[in-house]
Design a protein around this ligand. Structure first.
Ligand code: GP9
Ligand code: MN
Length: 630
């Protein structure tokens, strides 16, 4: 390739090749949604600007050999960053964050998922790297340059101008993008994957410093907000009905509500859960939403036990395990409850061992408490049926009353199941993930059915409250096409996708007889106040963001970590305000538009709550409160 009369310098050539690759990735491999011409422009120019700026740094290196090595290794690093993000994206429809990269203890356990996330055609991602590598190894004097000081400065100035241009366009597209970024996809499509990572590192270190600067003054505003907007002085009619009962809490891995009362080729997917819903001792919440973010199951545990929001980047379980908390297990301890978690995985996985200590959970029956063999495990570990069976003796040895949380595992991506355990035929669509999902959900349903029988036989049923909750979604937006086909819709709109974030929530109180199906908008932040009140415990001085699901004096909306929400009347997702009942679009709303929609007021409250919760976590604010003194 020629560059004027001379050959194009290697950094430019590499920059172009790498830029093309990055653009193709953004546009056609990651499912980034583009909704304006300006976004289209930004996403096109950003890859080239970024790679030329980075490779352009090589002009400051005198030695041509080192100059070429710099370009080569930058390309390698850049490619790996893109690739790691891609593998992650395939599973979570999200981009990696720095805190996650340090969650190394998880990497080994993720191995079974990772294999299914790598595709043979991924090799194409390395094509430009190979070209750059070969060119940079070949001694080619025409490509090597010793740049004069003037040219170096010129290159720097041009780079900075291009970069500022990119950021300026991003700012026009989305004012205050960097200061109010809850959504990683917006960051990536406006500033690109690489600057997004730099931004993530900077904001993460800023977050770390917040603890040092925090003091108890920060709490005043938050307390006021909670007293005025969230806390209800009223008691529900069910207050105390579960006094001194055990609480057996089943965290059902990846079970979403769309499978409940639904069928596949004429067969019920979850026969047991469907029937349990109709039981007179069961309260079932059909509009219950998960609120998890990157921390997945661990976020779900965190939200339900603390009624705080997860953080937007990384998992609280890793980043803030040393904080002071005022968790449900800690609170019930004052009333002679023992708390336990049963989960057949290593205790360090997701940093559970540390976090359970901070939340004052008394017992953790982990991997070592279970007999796991080649035959009784699948996918991520012990099969659910075996898990429940082996959990019964552990439950029996707990001092009553107890609160025990059992975390299932079989219905985890990639939803593998042995042929002999299959009682439902897989679905037939272009998504292998969704196809298999139904079969593992059915397996978990049968496992819970069997567990109820076992609880009765062990004498643990009558005097307990049994809660079943889906921890988070199992089918990401990557499978929207297959999901639309299954649900017999033309497409999955942002409204539909939000509705798919519903997870089942059951409160089963043997012998109570007043159960019903409730359709109020509810979510994982509501679990803590609801359960505490059922047990007859007051929460007057607690700080929480949810409500007791049994009284009507509630805030009436559920916020997701990215700022989307569902209220009694509206659904806000993808910057669009929808009518909750009909799904009709009521208006578009983002920081760029001045327009208000019926969603505007709640949007302000939603962001406020997320920020308050972040302040509590980042500032470790509970260390300033003596909850027991109240
Ligand atoms: C494994 C469990 C499942 O211990 O936390 O993982 P997740 O759903 O968070 O990927
Ligand atoms: Mn999970």
């Amino acid at each position: 390739m020629s560059f004027g009369r001379r050959q194009m310098p290697l950094f430019l050539l590499a920059g172009l090749l790498f830029g093309i690759k990055t653009y193709i990735m953004y546009r056609f491999v990651f499912n980034i949604e583009i909704d304006s011409v300006l976004q289209e422009v930004i996403i096109f120019i950003n890859p080239f600007i970024t790679s030329i700026v980075f490779f352009g740094l090589s002009v400051w290196i005198k030695n041509p050999l080192k100059q070429r090595a710099f370009i080569r290794y930058s390309a390698l690093l850049g490619t790996l960053i893109i690739y790691f993000n891609l593998v992650f994206y395939r599973s979570f429809t999200d981009f990696l964050t720095i805190p996650q990269l340090f969650q190394t203890s998880n990497v080994a356990d993720l191995s079974s998922s990772i294999v299914s996330l790598i595709k043979p055609y991924d090799l194409f991602i390395f094509v430009d790297l190979v070209i750059i590598w070969v060119l940079s190894k070949k001694s080619n004097e025409a490509m090597d340059r010793a740049y004069s000081k003037r040219n170096k400065v010129l290159a720097m100035v041009i780079s900075l101008l291009l970069l500022s241009g990119n950021f300026l366009l991003a700012e026009i597209e989305r004012p205050q993008l960097l200061s109010r970024a809850f959504d990683r996809e917006y960051l990536v499509k406006n500033i690109g994957l690489f600057y997004y990572h730099i931004y993530d590192v900077v904001s993460h270190s800023k977050m770390r410093s917040q603890k040092v600067l925090a003091d108890d003054h920060d709490l005043l505003t938050i307390k006021h907000y909670i007293n005025d907007e969230i806390r209800s002085e009223k008691q529900s009619e069910h207050f105390g009905i579960g006094k001194d009962r055990n609480v057996i809490f089943i965290s059902a891995e990846s079970v979403q509500s769309f499978v409940i009362d639904n069928d596949l080729y004429g067969e019920e997917i979850t026969p047991f859960l469907n029937q349990l819903k109709e039981n007179e001792d069961t309260f079932y919440f059909e509009n219950f939403y998960h609120q998890t973010s990157q921390g997945k199951t661990s976020d779900s545990e965190f939200i339900t036990e603390n009624s705080l929001y997860p953080i937007s980047s990384g998992a609280v379980y890793f980043t803030h395990a040393q904080n002071e908390y005022h968790s449900m297990p800690e609170m019930i301890k004052q009333h002679n409850y023992t708390s336990a978690v049963l989960h057949a995985n290593t205790d360090t996985f997701w940093n559970r061992n540390q976090m359970y200590e901070s939340q004052e959970i008394d017992e953790f029956y982990d991997w070592d408490s279970y007999d796991v063999t080649d035959e009784n495990q699948v996918g991520w570990g012990l099969k659910d049926k075996e898990f429940f069976t082996q959990s019964i003796p552990h439950l029996r040895e707990l001092k009553e009353p107890f609160y025990a949380k059992l975390i299932t595992l079989t219905n985890h991506f990639p939803f593998d199941l042995d042929e002999g355990d299959r009682t439902l035929d897989p679905y037939d669509s272009n998504s292998n993930t969704l196809n298999k999902y139904f079969t593992t959900v059915r397996y978990t349903d049968e496992a819970i059915d069997q567990f109820f029988v076992q609880l009765k036989a062990a004498g643990l049923y009558e005097n307990s409250i049994i809660v079943i909750m889906g921890d988070h979604d199992g089918i990401s937006a990557n499978h929207n096409k297959a999901m639309a086909e299954y649900l017999e819709k033309d497409e999955i709109t942002p409204y539909d996708y939000m509705q798919l974030q519903r997870v089942p929530f059951y409160i089963h109180i043997p012998g109570y007889g007043k159960g019903e199906e409730l359709s109020k908008i509810s979510g994982q932040v509501d679990v803590k106040p609801t359960l505490l009140h059922l047990l007859g415990l007051e929460t007057n001085h607690d700080i929480y963001f949810g409500n007791d699901l049994f009284h009507d004096d509630r805030k009436g909306y559920i916020v997701q970590r990215n700022g989307n929400f569902v209220s009694d009347d509206y659904v806000y997702a993808a910057e669009t305000c929808f009518d909750r009942e009909t799904g009709d679009v009521l208006g578009e709303e983002n920081e760029a538009s001045e327009e208000t929609t019926p969603c505007s007021d709640i949007k302000v409250s939603a962001e406020k709550e997320l920020n308050y919760s972040d302040q509590i976590i980042y500032g470790d604010l509970f260390r300033f409160i003596d909850f027991d003194a109240k």
